[in-house]
Write a protein of this length. Structure first.
Length: 342
């Protein structure tokens, strides 16, 4: 029995908790559906019957539906437990506009009690018309747009002209004195044997005229005499094969002209023909030819000319006073010996 009593107490506490939960749920539903919570609370209080001495407890929760849900709990009496308790819930149709909950509990000690449940009618809420006051016309009027004067377009400032660099003046032609070599006389007869001489002392021009006469009269060789202003230009003409030979080389006075800077351009291109043909007071006159002429004289058909140059001699102390014709007549026998072709 003590166990049953303890269970009943716990059951009652559970029911109270369920009631509180139901009330909370009902309040939430009312808040959601817009019902008045005071009506729900009154209906719940009228529909609740509790008994702490073992009587049955019945309560109903009214909802917003057409037929309220009724929860009936019938505990067994404390004195004796009936073998077949019966709990019935009947839904009786109610007149329009009302909801009625009917409870029938059959037990040995409890009589069925009919409880009227207050009908919860939804309250119609009429919408409240709100008057909207039109603002004054002067308030609605929109100020006309003020015409804004457009800024006067400013013409773009032209960019300053790009300075054109001055065109450099063409270099002024400077008259640079051109050092031209001394013009050599051009031989008239290209086939003749050309002998050059310079107007200097020692009788070089007279000796050149005598040789010319012997080559033409005794050896039938066309000969041409070429005069030069300077000794160096004469030697350069011989070295460049512009003329064939010269008899105006004075040793040792002219040695420097064939050495130094002129050694490559003059000295290497000339060769001495025979030995000196005149000597006086330490001065010697020699014959010089270029290399091509030397090769020509050594040929077989020029043996007479080569022997003549090797044999030519002057024994006079002063060659400048010699007369060409007189000298030729005085040395006719010597000339015959010099032109020997054997």
């Amino acid at each position: 029995m003590s166990i049953l009593r303890e269970n009943i107490v716990y059951t009652i506490l559970a029911l109270v908790a369920i009631v509180l939960i139901g009330v909370t749920i009902g309040l939430q539903l009312v808040i959601i559906t817009g019902q008045n919570p005071t009506v729900l609370n009154g209906a719940a209080q009228q529909a609740t019957q509790q008994s702490l001495n073992g009587q049955s407890v019945a309560f109903a929760v009214s909802t917003a539906t057409e037929t309220p849900a009724v929860l009936i709990i019938q505990p067994a009496p404390i004195g004796a437990v009936q073998s077949e308790p019966t709990a019935a819930m009947q839904d009786n149709p109610a007149p329009a506009g009302s909801n009625t909950i009917t409870q029938e509990v059959q037990s040995g000690d409890v009589q069925p009690v009919a409880t009227d449940v207050a009908t919860v009618e939804p309250t119609a809420t009429e919408p409240t018309a709100t008057e909207v006051t039109q603002p004054a016309a002067e308030q609605i009027a929109v100020d006309a747009p003020t015409e804004t004067a457009l800024p006067t377009p400013v013409p773009p400032t032209p960019a300053p002209p790009t300075p054109i660099p001055p065109t450099p003046a063409p270099p002024t032609a400077t008259d640079t004195p051109t050092i031209l070599p001394t013009e050599s006389p051009t031989p008239v007869d290209a086939t003749a044997f050309h002998i050059g001489f310079a107007n200097r002392g020692y009788g070089c021009p007279v000796v050149s005229q005598i040789v010319e006469r012997i080559l033409e009269d005794r050896l039938d060789t066309a000969t041409e005499l070429i005069s030069f202003d300077t000794v160096e230009s004469m030697f350069r003409a011989v070295a460049n094969n512009e003329i064939d030979m010269t008899l105006c080389y004075v040793d040792p006075d002219d040695r420097e002209l064939l050495r130094g800077d002129n050694k490559r351009t003059i000295g290497f291109k000339m060769v001495q023909l025979g030995s000196q043909y005149w000597e006086s007071d330490g001065q010697k006159l020699q014959m010089w030819v270029n290399l091509p002429t030397m090769s020509l004289l050594r040929a077989a058909d020029h043996t007479c000319m080569l022997n003549f140059f090797y044999s030519l001699r002057f024994v006079e102390s002063d060659l400048q006073i010699i007369d060409v014709n007189s000298w030729l007549n005085a040395h006719a026998a010597d000339i015959d010996e010099w032109v020997n072709c054997e």
